[in-house]
Ligand binder design. Structure first.
Ligand code: DP6
Length: 360
């Protein structure tokens, strides 16, 4: 599908009011999106596990108004008006207006909450933008009931991408690919698609325990981070590597080879951080405890042969990934050897999930 396919025509009847409530989960990238072009087009393809427990729940109330110059909305986060979040919503609405020209004909009440603590260092932009995009698509479908489910999902992902790139991978589960790449037919820079191959049983209910090393604000915003790839000396090689890693991961997800999975996923995480360390200006986003955890994971894996591995986002927290079959022993290991490295001994247990849900 092309960009023009996502431009909605102005519905004749706009006199509807109501509310929708939907949830969307966070996701964890295995092949990382790092670097982008104009209009939220990724510089390289990425692949993620959709999560299950870490999610945003958003209620979108709407009532018709005389169209105005600007968008009209109230925004509440966990029941309270939150001024600091408004600019991000405003920017999102501006970006998607051309695709949903009816937006200025409504006043919106947006009420949102996360199932994970706000100050946990877990980015809520992916789940937040995805949950809002799903609600806005429910409104568009109310105005145009002929819409197919496939179009709904693609456009929800397309809109979410305009809010935050990684959000386009939070509409569906369990594995989502975003960004055009030869090895995945139908892959697109405009939206995420579910991985179509049969996922090996090893990856069913794959576990992700998020070890909260640093719950503070992100040291580098993702916008600044992506920009650093613009004239990065290693950019071309990195983008090329992401295509190759995605092709390899496709095979691994089908054949269930966990040692290859571990090698690829950890290399992607460290490459992401290597890009940040070698950009201008440079950043070290890992903390001493991030490295302590990585070393403890490597030691445990070498000693017990348990197939655990880590990945990292653009921050200090560690995502510990492992098959459901080793859950009990890994949780023991976490409690015994890793919680001490987490801020206030805080960690979150999550697993692969199936994406956004209509709640009411
Ligand atoms: C390191 O999706 O947060 O988590 O498009 O600017 O909102 P924006 O960036 P964002 O970037 C996520 C980067 C990452 C890797 C990934 O999720 O693929």
């Amino acid at each position: 599908m092309e960009i023009r396919d996502f431009v909605a025509t102005m519905p004749e009847n706009l006199a509807i009011q109501g509310d929708f409530e939907s949830s969307a989960p966070s996701n964890i990238a295995l092949v990382k999106y790092w670097g982008k072009l104009d209009n939220q087009i990724p510089a390289n393809p990425s692949l993620s596990f959709t999560l299950s427990n870490c999610k945003t729940i958003t209620k979108l109330g709407f009532r018709p108004i005389e169209p105005q110059d600007d968008f009209s909305f109230d925004f509440r986060f966990e029941g309270q008006p939150k001024q600091t979040f408004r600019p991000k919503i405003q920017q999102f609405l501006e970006r998607i207006f051309v695709y949903q020209p009816f937006l200025k004909h409504f006043h919106f009440f947006i009420d949102t909450e996360n199932t994970f603590p706000h100050s946990s260092g877990i980015a809520s932009s992916a789940s937040g933008m995805a949950a809002l995009a799903v609600n806005l698509m429910r409104l568009e479908r109310e105005l145009n009931p002929k819409m197919t489910e496939d179009y709904f999902n693609k456009k929800a992902s397309f809109l979410a991408r305009l809010g935050s790139g990684s959000a386009c991978r939070s509409i569906k589960g369990e594995v989502v690919v975003w960004g055009e790449t030869k090895s995945i037919s139908k892959s697109s820079d405009l939206y995420g698609i579910s991985f179509e191959e049969k996922l090996h049983d090893n990856f069913k209910n794959y576990q992700d325990t998020i070890l909260l090393v640093d719950k503070g604000e992100k040291q580098v915003s993702s916008t600044i981070g992506h920009d650093l790839m613009n004239d990065h000396p290693f950019a071309t090689a990195r983008f090329d590597q992401a295509h190759k890693n995605l092709a390899s991961l496709k095979t691994i997800l089908k054949n269930g080879n966990l040692s290859q999975f571990i090698a690829l996923v950890e290399s992607e995480a460290l490459t992401l951080h290597a890009m940040m360390m070698s950009s201008n200006p440079y950043f070290i986003l890992m903390k001493p405890n991030t490295l302590e955890i990585i070393n403890a994971i490597w030691k445990y894996r070498a000693e017990t042969k348990t197939p655990i591995c880590f990945t990292l986002d653009a921050g200090a927290n560690v995502h510990l990934l492992y098959p459901e079959s080793v859950k009990d022993e890994v949780l023991e290991f976490i409690k015994k050897n890793l919680v001490g490295y987490c801020q206030n001994e805080h960690y979150i247990c999550d697993e692969v999930g199936s994406g956004s849900v209509f709640l009411s």
